[in-house]
Design a protein around this ligand. Structure first.
Ligand code: NAD
Length: 299
C-alpha cells in the first residue's frame, strides 16, 4: 500500500521532499529527532510519530533523508529503529548520501527480515527539492524499480536505475568526486590566466569552446562576475556548500581505500575542501575554492 508513506529526516532536503509527497495526495507519517523539524508537516496534515520503529509499524513504505552513515545505521538498526518493528514486506528507500557499503549492510539485514531496501541518493539541492526537480540514482532489485520510480517521481524529474543495492551511492560519489576535482582545476586555470593579465571572460570563452571545457567552466564559473546567476556572482551564497562537498569526497575516499583504487586527485580534493571547511568556507558554495586560492596568494 503506497498510499500511506513514512518519511524520516526532515531537514533542508527532507522537509521540501516530504511536502511534495504530501502535495501529490499521499498520506504521510513523519519522524525527526528535532521536534521543530516536524512542525510544518504536522500543519500540512502529516501524522507525527515518536520513533522510526513507530513509523515502520504504521506504513508499508518509508523514505529516509538523513545526514550521514551513523544516522542511517541508527534509524534502521538502532534500538527504536525501522528494523525493530517486527513487520515484514516493507519497501525502504534511503535517499541520504552515504557509503555504498552502509547501504549494502542495511539491505542485507532488511532482506533477512523480508523487506526490500533500495538506495536512492539525489543530485540537485534544496531548490530542486522544493520544485520536485531532483535526480534520483537508484540501487536495488529491478523488480521493485517501477514502484520506486512511481513514488520518487513525486519528488523528482529523473529517476535512474543504476544497478543492485549500493549502486546509486556509488554513482553519486563518483560524480561528485569528479565535480570536486574539475571545480578545483577550473579555479586554478582561471586564477593563473587572470594573474597573467587575461580578461576572465575572454579566457572563459576560449576554454568553453576548447578542450578544457567542463560543467564548472561552462555553467558554474567560480570567478565572481564572469557569469550571471551563479553562486560566485552572489558572494558564493546558495548552491552546494563546501562542507557537503567535503563530506561526499570523504565517502569517495573511504570507498577508494576499501577497494584499493588509486584516486590521487580525489584524495587531494578531499584534503583541500576539508581545509576550506576549517578556514571559514564551510557554508559557502564549493566554487569558493577559487576565492580560497586568492586568499592564499600565489599557491
Ligand atoms: P540536514 O542536516 O538539513 O537534515 C537532516 C535531518 O535528519 C535533520 O532534520 C536531522 O534532525 C534529522 N536526523 C538526524 N539524525 C536523525 C535520527 N537519528 N532520526 C531522525 N532524524 C534524524 O541535511 P540535508 O541537507 O537535508 O541532507 C540530507 C542528505 O542529503 C545528506 O546525506 C546530504 O549529503 C544529501 N544531499 C544534500 C543536498 C543539499 O544540497 N543539502 C543535496 C544532495 C544531497
Amino acid at each position: 500500500n503506497l498510499n500511506k508513506i513514512g518519511f524520516i529526516g526532515l531537514g533542508n532536503m527532507g522537509r521540501p521532499m516530504a511536502e511534495n509527497v504530501l502535495a501529490k495526495g499521499h498520506n504521510l507519517v513523519v519522524y525527526d529527532v528535532q521536534q521543530e523539524a516536524v512542525d510544518s508537516l504536522r500543519e500540512l496534515g502529516a501524522t507525527v510519530s515518536q520513533s522510526p520503529q513507530d513509523v515502520a509499524a504504521q506504513v508499508d513504505c518509508i523514505i529516509t533523508m538523513l545526514p550521514n552513515n551513523a544516522c542511517v545505521l541508527e534509524v534502521y538498526e538502532g534500538e527504536n529503529g525501522i528494523l525493530k518493528s517486527g513487520k515484514k514486506g516493507s519497501l525502504l528507500i534511503d535517499s541520504s548520501t552515504v557509503d555504498p557499503h552502509v547501504s549494502k549492510t542495511v539491505a542485507a539485514i532488511a532482506e533477512a527480515q523480508g523487506h526490500v531496501f533500495v538506495d536512492a541518493p539525489v543530485s540537485g539541492g534544496v531548490n530542486a527539492a522544493r520544485l520536485s526537480q531532483l535526480t534520483f540514482m537508484v540501487g536495488g532489485p529491478s523488480e521493485v524499480f517501477p514502484a520506486v520510480q512511481d513514488l520518487l517521481f513525486t519528488m523528482g524529474a529523473r529517476v535512474v536505475h543504476c544497478g543492485p543495492v549500493g549502486s546509486g551511492q556509488a554513482v553519486k560519489i563518483c560524480n561528485n568526486m569528479l565535480l570536486g576535482i574539475s571545480m578545483i582545476g577550473t579555479s586554478e586555470a582561471m586564477n593563473l590566466g587572470i594573474r597573467l593579465g587575461i580578461d576572465p571572460k575572454v579566457l572563459l570563452t576560449i576554454i568553453n569552446s576548447s578542450s578544457g571545457r567542463c560543467w564548472s567552466s561552462e555553467v558554474y564559473c567560480p570567478v565572481p562576475g564572469a557569469m550571471d546567476n551563479v553562486p560566485s556572482s552572489n558572494d558564493y551564497k546558495g548552491g552546494f556548500q563546501t562542507k557537503l562537498m567535503a563530506k561526499d569526497l570523504g565517502l569517495a575516499n573511504d570507498a577508494a581505500t576499501r577497494t584499493a583504487t588509486p584516486t590521487p586527485l580525489g584524495s587531494l580534493a578531499y584534503q583541500l575542501y576539508s581545509n576550506m571547511v576549517n578556514s571559514g568556507f564551510a557554508d559557502k558554495d564549493f566554487s569558493s575554492v577559487y576565492q580560497f586560492f586568492l586568499r592564499r596568494g600565489s599557491m
